[in-house]
Design a protein around this ligand. Sequence first.
Ligand code: C5J
Length: 226
Amino acid sequence: MISVPARPYPYSLDPARTALVVIDMQRDFIEKGGFGDSLGNDVARLEAIVPTVAALIDLFRREGWLVIHTREAHKPDLSDCPPAKIRRGNPSLKIGEAGAMGRLLISGEPGNAILPALAPIAGEIAIDKPGKGMFYATGIEAVLEERGITHLVFAGVTTEVCVQTSMREANDRGYECLLIEDATESYFANFKQGAIEMIVAQGGIVGWVAPLAALKTAVAQAKVEA
Ligand code: C5J
């Protein structure tokens, strides 16, 4: 077991049973002309975490640990997108309409792709999710069970929407969840901080939070002690 200094208390993980989940690091949320931009958000805030997310993915790849990527994505015929979701926010461009990077939030469109710097490689899992959470209508639970995964380390965007929803879904299913706080971001700084505090409150009611440096140091330390 590897013990990571974290809030609200150290997080223990078994590498053989741990996966990294990188939530929605896709052009639609991070680049101008995408879905996030259409809702009036300042997308530049999210781009700042790309190097940290890349370093976290790199750590998992070097250790040979499982990496899972998610995309918020709908089928081209929108049969998996509730009309309420399309209407929500009265955006300048709606889900399914053509924007600067193709149809917004539609699987296979250029804007729906994960950023090239963070793109999945062979052996990694990439899932499309029609909702905010990674478990709703994705089939990922069976995949995790088959691989014996019990611990999930989270990164990605946005902290209080798809990351927090996925962590809560995972927590309710019994997974031990750690959020890497400098590898997640929100369009709203106070929402990121608020989500983090909600996760660690009440003895870690949703899970644990730690910076990437704490995870890296713990992994290196475990090797020295082995
Ligand atoms: C949002 C997400 N914010 N990936 N999606 O709609 O957090």
